[in-house]
Write a new protein. Structure first.
Length: 95
């Protein structure tokens, strides 16, 4: 493998990172829509059963090349941050 091969691979990673970032931004947009819906319906921001279902589904969808436990850990973090953003929005509305 040459330096140019390494540079090409890194450009590929950078491209994928950009795609992931765009998808995370879209996910947060949807989280904010859910937060608004929950606020209107006076629903709790945190739904532990929904979170368990989402994580189990994603873990089961993990391709063979990706350990389901890794998928679970990554999405636990994404969900945690999403919940934090949702709770911040809901607490602003109550101020």
């Amino acid at each position: 493998m040459s330096e140019s091969d390494l540079a090409r691979l890194r450009r590929g990673i950078d491209e994928v990172d950009g795609e992931i970032l765009a998808l995370l931004a879209r996910r947060i947009e949807l989280v904010l829509e859910v937060a608004a819906f929950k606020h209107q319906g006076q629903m709790a921001a945190y739904d532990p059963e929904r979170e368990r279902q989402v994580l189990a589904r994603l873990e089961s969808l993990a391709p063979a090349s990706l350990d389901g436990r890794v998928v679970r850990r990554v999405f636990e973090r994404i969900i945690d941050e999403s919940r934090h953003i949702e709770q911040q929005l809901l607490s602003k509305d109550h101020d």
